[in-house]
Ligand binder design. Sequence first.
Ligand code: ZN
Length: 324
Amino acid sequence: MKPWQSVAYGLVVLTMFVCVVLHEYGHALTGRKFGVKTVDILVSPIGGLARMNKMPEKPIHEFYISIAGPLVNLVIGSFILLVFYLYNGKYSLDLNSFDLDKPTEFIRILAPINLTLFLFNLIPAFPMDGGRILRSLLASRIGKVKATRIASGVGKILAVCFIIFGIFDEQVILALIGLFIFMMAGQEYDQTKIQAIISNTKVGDIMRTSFTKLHLSDTYATVIEKYHRAGEQNFLVFDSLGNLSGTVPELYIKDTIKNNAEEKSVNQLMSSKILRSEPDMFLRDVIEKMRNEGVAIASVEQDGNIIGVLDRNGIENFLRLKAE
Ligand code: ZN
């Protein structure tokens, strides 16, 4: 290979990268139309990803957002195809027909690249856009969770076909794509199921009403004893007047055990971040707040009284049971 040829291949990879970014902008700009903000756009060797702050509620919005990316590639590819066809009277999509000596060939090769990106992304399997398109079409009739289960199943079947065909036909890349799709297929379903559960459960439904109240003067020896005995991992701390003054998360307890610092008092080592919730708040909203503020336990209050607690471990156990 001559040196300029490797430069030429480098330029092809670069233009491909630009097309992947434009594809993601297709998703991002359509998302913005429906009030969905894009956090950032990631580009990796296996494709791009526009990370959005939330998924659209309405299936039709998800449909438009998902199809917008592949459509960008279809438009670029078709436009180049058309221009060269009108100019030369013919066009070959055969990749071997490209002569990278000529500058115009860089533009011409974008046609098959974009048409491949268009078709590849339409494969009806998560995490490809095609999986989301299929899910959104089904969701308007049978609901999001069921639709995701079916779309995820279709993806798995396709993945197995890719793997089998890839092995028998010695198409390593196809087999690897199949393997990747198979591994990712279940993930979208699990996430959707959890999203549905936390959007429909209220804090009052899963809060723990019996909980240990720690005092500022308690030593960690007491905390550790309660930690081992009561099956509670995170605690609320109260002052002598009975006001909530902080929390002891499991992380602090584990650290204290590791460092043999049991003589320390709660007053010396506690988190002063307090998160208050109410029984009729949705679990989704409280989880978001706990995550944003890095809090492991929240109080549940009604009319100024603490009637229960909600902690990370409790939420995890609930979701594990519920999602099975
Ligand atoms: Zn896409």
